[in-house]
Design a protein around this ligand. Structure first.
Ligand SMILES: CC(=O)SCCNC(=O)CCNC(=O)[C@H](O)C(C)(C)COP(=O)(O)OP(=O)(O)OC[C@H]1O[C@@H](n2cnc3c(N)ncnc32)[C@H](O)[C@@H]1OP(=O)(O)O
Ligand SMILES: O=C([O-])CC(=O)C(=O)O
Length: 397
């Protein structure tokens, strides 16, 4: 089979019971539940349990899970000390990707390849990534770090560790809903990276480190930071129309729009748009939502004129303005995505490792068509270095 240069679009490479997308209708389902219902009625802890365990917890299970996560929040001292050694201009996603193997070294269950052992690793990752991200933002700014507060929920505790003050209930709930919305999305690039790595029987942390790397790119999770840069560069609603037209005329992309699967608006973007409008009003910063909405309106009209009516806002479009009014810096926004997606990554890693016999995935090993030199199948003639003609030269170090 040859499906070259198409990024495996539309090609099913595994079975999954974790999530489902209908890209035409704009439907996203986690383990049978519509994303709109989870965003309205659930919370990130419960959603993480749902993704990992395959069902919603009862009350005592939900409390026990929350307790386990709270207890696992303490990040080993050597990890925090290592963060202090890093250059202060290191990008949060590079720091996060570098920290995941450090967390692995401190995990007593690292080599426990039972399902329970992997669930315990998942709990530690869910608990600790937010601590690392908040600590890095403070360390790079030369500020003291704050210990996790065991009396605060997952989202509120993150904002506490980041800012050193308790968020309003409305702000904490908004972040919690964002975490629910970002928690999983079938075989997106970062989840596929996680699954590909653990298909070699590498441990969960090796898969997660790959996932963080894949998420960082601007065509994937990195788009939220680019959206914020775009909003800041515009500042004024009147600048939007000319800017959007110019960008499309130059064949440049509007970040936060378009999707590999959705041919209509991403259902998560609809929810984030409402949160952006509400929080913008509540924090006295409605301009970010207004500029975003104007970009969306102009871009949809201009894209349609150019025969591209399938390019609509994705999850990264309105999350940028939401995070901005929470006081989250633009370059930290992709890391916020990661602290939610960790739940989906871990669920997929567990599925990859423990799928039922008839659905058991194989080691991923696609093929590529060789289009380089052959010199015939006998191979090229090896010439010793001193006899070779001068090539283009060695790149300078
Ligand atoms: C969490 C997430 O990962 S959601 C995605 C986050 N990424 C972004 O927001 C980055 C901007 N968006 C994009 O780059 C793309 O829409 C992708 C990569 C997400 C999906 O793209 P795909 O639908 O797979 O197709 P592809 O990248 O080939 O684009 C198809 C055409 O649409 C155009 N296009 C796609 N997205 C955009 C956009 N945001 N703005 C303008 N044009 C776009 C491309 O330029 C291309 O045009 P061409 O056929 O004239 O060359
Ligand atoms: O599914 C994708 O390709 C990208 C995406 O929206 C996500 O990972 O949330």
């Amino acid at each position: 089979m040859r499906i070259k240069n198409m990024g495996l679009r539309g090609l099913a490479v595994a079975d999954t019971k974790i999530s489902f997308i209908d890209g035409e209708k704009g439907i996203l389902i986690y383990r049978g539940f519509r994303i709109e219902d989870l965003a309205k009625s659930s919370n990130f802890m419960e959603t993480a349990f749902l993704l990992l365990m395959g069902r919603l917890p009862d009350k005592s299970e939900a409390e026990a899970f929350q307790r386990q996560v709270v207890q696992a929040r303490r990040v080993p001292a050597f990890v925090l000390e290592t963060l202090r050694l890093l250059p202060s201009n290191a990008h949060p996603m590079d720091v996060l990707q570098a920290t995941v193997p450090l967390l692995a070294m401190a995990d007593p269950d690292l080599r426990d390849e039972t399902r329970d052992g992997n669930v315990r690793k998942a709990v530690r990752l869910i608990a600790r990534l937010p601590v690392v991200i908040a600590a890095w933002d403070r360390i790079r700014k030369g500020k003291d770090i704050f210990d996790p507060n065991p009396s605060l929920g997952h989202a509120a505790n993150f904002l506490w560790m980041l800012h050193g003050e308790n968020p309003s209930a409305s702000m904490a709930r908004a972040l919690d809903v964002c975490l629910v919305l970002h928690a999983d999305h079938t075989f997106n690039a970062s989840t596929f990276a996680c699954r590909e790595v653990v298909s070699t029987r590498a441990h969960m942390y090796a898969g997660v480190a790959a996932g963080v790397g894949a998420l960082s790119g601007e065509l994937h999770g990195g788009a939220n930071a680019r959206v914020m840069e775009m909003l800041k560069s515009l500042e004024n609603v009147d600048d939007v129309a000319g800017w959007v037209r110019g960008r499309l005329d130059r064949k440049e992309r509007i970040m936060g729009m378009g999707h590999a699967v959705y041919k209509t608006t991403d259902p998560r973007a609809n929810i984030l748009k409402e949160i952006s409008a509400r929080l913008g009003e509540e924090t006295g910063q409605p301009q970010w939502w207004r500029i975003s909405k104007t970009i969306e309106e102009v871009a949809l009209e201009e894209l349609e004129k150019r025969g591209k009516k399938d390019i609509k806002p994705n999850v990264d479009f309105y999350s940028a303005s939401v995070y901005h009014v929470m006081g989250i810096p633009a370059d930290l926004m992709t890391a916020i995505f990661a602290l939610s997606r960790i739940a989906g990554w871990c669920a997929h890693i567990i599925e990859e490792k423990f799928a039922e016999a008839q659905e058991k995935p194989m080691l991923y090993r696609p093929t590529a068509e060789y289009v380089g030199d052959y010199c015939g199948l006998v191979g090229c003639t090896y010439v010793p270095p001193e006899e070779r003609e001068q090539a283009a030269g060695v790149p300078s170090a």
